[in-house]
Design a protein. Structure first.
Length: 289
């Protein structure tokens, strides 16, 4: 996609003639189209990647790199990024009830684990590891679908574990499916309709997708009085990097239990929250649109 956008501006330019100035027309044209800075930078990162490969990895028949050195490609300063919108308890109640059942279960799991959208969409049963002493399980997500390319450990609180038990046995391979198939994304038409229907912000100033649930968890941890250092422990297990999972996180039951306990503190279901949300196995039976 980005290369297609770039080709009219730099398609005829040799690699050894590429530099920041050669991209000015592309940047100016995209700004005139009201394209956000982050999207423009994504295209510039593609150019940077190609130039780095041409200078370091790609070689001709004589064993020489395609270009001698890769020029510096400067990213634009981002001043127009959308702000996250953490949902309060009442907004969550309304939003989850409006979602179709399969999406609501994915949202409940995401907001209780701090995972990213694709980690939820691609979650597989063969990544699950049971922890019998704690009557729970964890998932080890391979680095090829993790943003930082490192394996990620997902630790469950009580609600996240109940979501897993609610969908167990529904599909042999994938944890979350719709009509027998995994979802490519959560931020689909049903998500957007539900977001708008319950009165959540739809202006360009705010994010409207599933990433808001990650910020929702962060705000709930703060509201629950979880100290920053303890929150970092939870994030290490539910959304950040951990390179030596087997030796670090499976050294004792306590290291598995702590992040789950932290996230339980972030999810004290309010009195006005529908009881089925306390246990996703019940929720599945009442929210099946």
């Amino acid at each position: 996609m980005h290369l297609k956008q770039l080709m009219p501006f730099i398609g005829q330019l040799p690699l050894n003639k590429m530099h920041d100035g050669a991209l000015e027309a592309f940047k100016a044209a995209r700004k005139l189209e009201d394209i956000r800075t982050k999207s423009i930078n994504n295209a510039l990162q593609v150019v940077r990647r190609i130039l780095n490969l041409a200078a370091r990895s790609w070689r001709d028949e004589h064993g020489l790199t395609w270009i001698e050195t890769a020029p510096l490609i400067t990213m634009l300063p981002v001043r127009d990024a959308r702000k996250p919108y953490p949902l309060d308890w009442d907004e969550q109640r309304k939003f989850y009830q409006r979602l179709p059942g399969h999406l609501a279960r994915m949202a409940l799991y995401k907001v209780n684990t701090g995972t990213r959208e694709q980690e939820v969409c691609q979650l597989r049963w063969d990544w699950e590891v049971t922890v019998p002493k704690l009557k729970t399980s964890v998932f080890i997500v391979p680095g090829n679908i993790v943003k930082n390319r490192e394996d990620r450990l997902i630790v469950h609180n009580d609600i996240a574990q109940s979501v897993i038990e609610a969908v167990r046995g529904k599909h042999d391979t994938f944890v979350f499916t719709y009509q027998g198939r995994p979802l490519k994304k959560m931020n689909n038409t049903a998500w957007k309709h539900a977001w708008k229907a319950v009165g959540l912000p739809v202006s360009d100033a705010y994010l409207r997708g599933p990433h808001n649930l990650k910020h929702t968890l962060g705000r709930q941890l703060c509201a629950a009085g979880v100290p920053l250092e303890t929150r970092k422990v939870g994030r290490n297990a539910a959304g950040l990097r951990r390179s030596s999972l087997s030796s670090t996180w499976f050294s004792s039951d306590a290291t598995i239990a702590q992040p789950g306990t932290v996230h339980n503190r972030a999810a004290p279901i309010p009195a006005n929250f529908p009881q089925p949300f306390c246990d996703a196995r019940q929720f599945c039976s009442v929210n099946t649109r």
